[in-house]
Design a protein around this ligand. Sequence first.
Ligand SMILES: Nc1nc2c(ncn2[C@@H]2O[C@H](COP(=O)(O)OP(=O)(O)O)[C@@H](O)[C@H]2O)c(=O)[nH]1
Ligand SMILES: [Mg+2]
Length: 226
Amino acid sequence: MQANESSAPRPLQMGAKGSYIVRLLMVGDSSCGKTSLVLRFDQNVFSTKFVTTIGVDYRDKMVKIEGAPMRLQLWDTAGQERFRSLTSNFFGRADGFVLCYDISNRPSFDHVIGWMRDIKTRAPPDCDIVLCGNKSDLDNDRVVTIEEGQALAEEYGVQFFETSALTGNNVEKMFTALATTIKRKRIDELEAADGASIAEQSQAGTVKLGGEGAAAAGKRALGNCC
Ligand SMILES: Nc1nc2c(ncn2[C@@H]2O[C@H](COP(=O)(O)OP(=O)(O)O)[C@@H](O)[C@H]2O)c(=O)[nH]1
Ligand SMILES: [Mg+2]
C-alpha cells in the first residue's frame, strides 16, 4: 500500500438492519456536560444531578441524515485523568469526536489542546471533530468568549457550536452537523468517486469494480482529516 492510501477515508460500517454505524466519542474535562449533552440529545431530558461517568458509557441513537439511516453510537467517556488510558483505547475505533469544554470554566477550555493532541495521536486520520462550548445558558458566568471558541476551532479546522444541555439550545444541531459531515465524507464522496471511477474505466473499456474510487476520494479528502 502506498503511504498516502493509508489516509483514504474508510467506508462506514453497515449494521445488521441496513443502517450505517457511526461511533461518536464524547471527550473533554470532567463536568463540562458530556453526559448531559448525550441525555439531552437521546431523551430530551436534563438533570442537575452530577452522575460520575465511570470509564465509558454507551448509548444508541437512530437518526436519518439526508435520507441515510444511521445508528449513532454515543460513547460517553469519563474526563478524569485516571480513566485516560481506558478511554483512549476507544479512540482508535472512532468516526467522530465531540470535544467539549464549559464556557464558564477556563481550565476546561485550556485543556482542549491536550484533548486534541490525544485525538490526533490515537484516532484514525479520517475522523471528524466538533468543538463544543457547553453551558451557554450560563452567560453571566461566562469566562470563555464565543470568539475564542470560534478561533480555536478555526485553527484546528473543525466545526464549532456553543450548546446548552440545560435548555437544549444547539444540541441536536451540533450532533446532526457532525453526523452530516461524516455521512458526506464516508458515504457520498466514496460513492461518487466509485461512480466516477467506473465511468472512466468503462470509457477506457476496462470496467473494474473495487476500491480505486475510494482511494481517489481519500486523496481529495486529505485536507479535511483530523
Ligand atoms: N447550567 C448548565 N449546567 C449544565 C449543563 N450541562 C451540564 N450541566 C451540569 O454540569 C454538571 C456536570 O454535568 P455532566 O453531564 O455530568 O458532565 P460530564 O462530567 O462532562 O459528563 C451537572 O451538574 C450538570 O447538571 C448546561 O448546559 N448548563
Ligand atoms: Mg459524564
